[in-house]
Design a protein around this ligand. Structure first.
Ligand code: ATP
Ligand code: MG
Length: 223
């Protein structure tokens, strides 16, 4: 892979699993990167008129493009129907029910509208998943997302590598992580932790992209 562009990251691809994982320490640049990628995707003509971007951001971190912000699940359907991009800031007790709503409506739209496609970004995925346990909606997005033309971008500080996200992801974007986390990447994907850290520490906010279907790791300068 030579380029990690907004299309590769965000566009659903019927030949690849729906998941895209983003990992890295607090402050390593994940939300900044996603916000910039989202701006690029939003300007691109590669995403059809019926494409939807849904940004689920419980920490209110990702800068917004022109689009409504939804705090309660009841307000989501209208915004989703009307707007190309919807920011979702669920209250802490409503994160799972919000994801259920987003997933249900996206799957329904995919079944009813042949031109529908979507990118769903979940910043702070560890709020709903661990390596052992994953919410049902997240599992649906990973396993059935591809056939529904949905890309699911799961972002977390620690690598949340559940067996479902491990097998149903196309890419993992790796920002600088801790030693323990890099060791986990080694155990799962054979990444060399010393090499990863030596390269990422040279330049703040740089990152590596692991292509999980081609099994290759490429490094990128900060965006
Ligand atoms: N590529 C970049 N160029 C310039 N500044 C950046 C870049 N990436 C991140 N920053 C700066 O670093 C700060 C922290 O980055 P960011 O919020 O993206 O971290 P994060 O990985 O999302 O952390 P957390 O896990 O705590 O949410 C940003 O507010 C921004 O000011
Ligand atoms: Mg963040």
């Amino acid at each position: 892979m030579r380029n990690m562009d907004a299309i590769t990251l965000f566009k659903p691809d019927l030949t690849k699993p729906s998941g895209r994982l983003v990992f890295g320490n607090s402050g390593s640049g994940k939300s900044y990167f996603l916000t910039e990628m989202l701006h690029r995707a939003f300007r691109s003509k590669e995403f059809g008129p019926q494409h939807r971007f849904v940004i689920i951001d419980p920490k209110h971190e990702m800068g917004s493009i022109d689009g409504p912000t939804v705090h309660h699940a009841a307000n989501f359907p209208k915004a989703f129907e009307r707007d190309r991009i919807v920011y979702v800031h669920p209250e802490l007790g409503e994160i799972e029910s919000m994801l259920d709503m987003v997933t249900d409506l996206s799957f329904m739209a995919a079944d009813e509208l042949p031109e529908f496609s979507a990118t769903i970004v979940f910043d702070e995925f560890s709020m709903i998943a661990t390596p052992q346990k994953m919410s049902e909606s997240a599992a649906r997005l990973f396993t059935q997302g591809r056939s529904k033309r949905i890309a699911f971008v799961a972002v977390s500080q620690r690598p949340v590598i559940h067996r479902i996200s491990e097998s149903q992801s196309a890419y993992a974007v790796l920002f600088r992580g801790s030693r323990v986390d890099n060791d986990r990447l080694k155990e799962k994907w054979g990444i060399k932790p010393d090499e990863l850290d030596a390269i990422l520490r040279q330049k703040q906010f740089s990152f590596g992209v692991l292509d999980l279907t081609e099994d290759s790791l490429t490094y990128f300068a900060p965006i």
